[in-house]
Design a protein around this ligand. Structure first.
Ligand SMILES: [Zn+2]
Ligand SMILES: [Zn+2]
Length: 288
C-alpha cells in the first residue's frame, strides 16, 4: 500500500481571498464583505453553467449602432435560461434581504414576481430593452415607477452572470476603441467603477455587464462635463483608489489606480474596499 499525500484543499479564487483580507484589515466592513462573498459565490456558480454565446453581428448594423451611441447586446443575444434566471433572481433577493440591503416588503413583492414565470419574462425583457437603449430608447430609464424601488438593483445583479457572457463574447469579436460615450458599449448601463491603467488611461467598468471601455480621463461620464475646474478629485492615503466627482451633476465615480497597485483590478473586491470613499464623497454632497 502506498501512502498517498492528502489532497491539498482546492485553492480559493483570488477575489474570495482578497475579500476575506478586507475583513481582517477593515473589520468595520465585515457585513458588506459577507454580503459580497455570498453574491460572488452565487454569481460564479451561475456563470459556470452559462455558455459563451455565439453572437451574430452584421457589421453594417454594428457600425450604425456605434455611430448613434447605441450599445450592441440585444436581449436575444443573452444566453438566458429562464428557470436558471428565476432561481438566480430569487437567490439574489434572498441574499440582499439577509443582509438588510432589501426591505422586507420589497423582498416579498420581488419573490412573488420571480414565482410568476408569465409575469417575470416580459418584465425582464422590456426592462432590458428600455434600459439598454439598443433600440434607441433613453437608456437612463429604469424599472416602472410602481415597481419596488430595489427591483433595478436585483435585476442588475441577477442578470449579470448571463449578460456578462454576452459582453465577453462580443468584446472578443468587436473593436470598441472608437466608443467615447459615458454609457456601456455592450449593454448601455452606467459605469460603476473605473481603472487608471499604467499608461494613465482611464477605463470605465459597466455596473451591469462588467464590460470595460476607454473614456476621457478628466470628464464626467454621467453628464459629459469636461471642465477640469468643475471636476473634484481625491484619493486614499496610499494612492490606490481615487474618486472623481462632478460639480455640475454632483455624481462621482471611484477608480482603482493600477499605477500604484500590486495586483490587477478586481471589481467585486475594489467596490467593497472603497466603501469608506463613498462615505467621504457623500459627505461632500456627491451622489453615487
Ligand atoms: Zn454593460
Ligand atoms: Zn457630471
Amino acid at each position: 500500500m502506498t501512502d498517498r499525500p492528502p489532497r491539498p484543499p482546492r485553492a480559493e479564487p483570488r477575489e474570495i481571498v482578497e475579500l476575506r483580507q478586507i475583513k481582517v484589515e477593515q473589520p468595520e466592513l465585515a457585513t458588506a464583505v459577507d454580503m459580497q462573498l455570498a453574491l460572488v459565490d452565487m454569481q460564479r456558480r451561475v456563470q459556470s453553467r452559462v455558455p459563451l454565446p455565439w453572437i451574430q453581428v452584421d457589421p453594417e448594423w454594428m457600425r450604425t449602432q456605434q455611430a448613434a451611441g447605441r450599445p450592441l447586446v440585444r436581449f436575444k443575444d443573452i444566453p438566458l435560461e429562464w428557470s436558471d434566471f428565476r432561481l438566480t433572481f430569487r437567490q439574489t433577493a434572498d441574499i440582499l434581504q439577509r443582509f438588510e440591503a432589501l426591505e422586507r416588503s420589497d423582498h416579498q413583492k420581488i419573490v412573488a414576481m420571480g414565482r410568476d414565470g408569465n409575469a417575470l419574462e416580459p418584465l425582464v425583457t422590456s426592462w432590458y430593452d428600455a434600459t439598454s437603449g439598443v433600440s434607441g430608447t433613453n437608456p437612463r430609464r429604469r424599472a416602472d415607477s410602481d415597481a419596488p424601488a430595489s427591483l433595478d438593483h436585483v435585476l442588475v445583479l441577477a442578470l449579470r452572470p448571463f449578460l456578462a457572457r454576452s459582453a465577453e463574447a462580443l468584446m472578443q469579436k468587436v473593436d470598441l476603441s472608437g466608443w467615447t460615450h459615458g454609457h456601456c458599449p455592450c449593454c448601455g448601463w452606467e459605469p460603476e467603477f473605473a481603472v487608471i491603467t499604467p499608461t494613465a488611461d482611464r477605463r470605465l467598468i459597466c455596473g451591469r455587464c462588467v464590460a470595460q471601455w476607454r473614456f476621457a480621463t478628466l470628464a464626467c461620464p454621467f453628464c459629459l462635463n469636461d471642465d477640469r475646474a468643475l471636476i473634484t478629485s481625491f484619493a486614499t492615503r496610499d494612492g490606490r483608489y481615487r474618486v472623481s466627482a462632478c460639480d455640475v451633476c454632483r455624481r462621482y465615480l471611484k477608480a482603482y489606480d493600477a499605477r500604484r497597485a500590486t495586483r490587477p483590478l478586481m471589481v467585486a473586491v475594489d467596490t467593497i474596499a472603497t466603501l469608506p470613499l463613498d462615505a467621504a464623497a457623500m459627505q461632500r454632497g456627491y451622489n453615487g
